[in-house]
Write a protein that binds this ligand. Structure first.
Ligand code: VGL
Ligand code: ZN
Length: 202
């Protein structure tokens, strides 16, 4: 059986969405361990890895102070907008910046060239995790499906803002209903024999 060409999309694992950040997602830091494992695995087999980042100007209608929803977060070139330092870094990882203007742009496909780049790499399926389940992860997953990619959404590698209780679970249901496969990455301790070729998680 041939397996589809995959890319990994790691959504917005930035300081402001993690503990101590201005828009800290509850338990947000917990996505780092499973995502690091996936990043290592994808890089190891030469598969594309994308990190997205929320990359806002200091003044935007996305922020409550200017008519939007959110406290100031992920302002370009600030510490809060940097990737969490515990998240794996590697020169082979491509960075996609979004939310550069006044519209919310929750999806990593909104006003970016992500779809084109994935198509050029012959990607058929995207594996998605990160922050936050009920905003950028959800919208990225739904857009990926609209573009015709298969999607595996990694439930244990995402956390929700939950402005309303249950938003995260509803987001998972929406992603599943739209055609995403909801999957669980295996735990970090689950290692393979030394020297063996790492098997694909999904
Ligand atoms: C996000 C709220 C505001 C996200 C971004 O990355 O999910 N959420 N901006
Ligand atoms: Zn934002």
């Amino acid at each position: 059986m041939t397996q589809p060409n995959q890319a990994l999309i790691v959504v917005d694992v930035q300081n402001d969405f993690c503990s101590g950040g201005t828009l800290a997602v509850p338990h947000g830091d917990e996505v780092i361990e499973p995502l690091n494992k996936l990043i290592d695995e994808f890089l190891e087999r030469g598969a594309p890895v994308y990190k997205t980042r929320d990359w806002h100007p200091p003044t935007t209608k996305h922020f409550a102070a200017y008519g939007g929803t959110w406290p100031v977060h992920c302002v370009q070139n600030t510490r809060g907008a940097e990737f969490n330092p515990a998240l794996r870094d590697d020169p082979r990882i491509d960075v996609i910046s979004n939310g550069l203007g006044d519209s919310d742009c929750y999806s990593a496909f909104d006003e970016t060239d992500l779809a084109t780049r994935l198509q050029q790499q012959n990607v058929e399926e995207v594996v998605v995790g990160g922050l936050a389940t009920d905003y950028c992860v959800k919208h990225t997953v739904l857009d990926a499906l609209k573009y015709g990619f298969k999607v595996k959404a990694v439930e244990n590698a995402m956390r929700a803002v939950d402005l309303q209780p249950g938003d995260g679970e509803r987001a998972i249901d929406e992603m599943r209903d739209a055609g995403a496969e909801i999957v669980t990455a295996r735990p970090a301790g689950d290692s393979i024999k030394p020297g063996a070729q790492a098997p694909r998680t999904f």
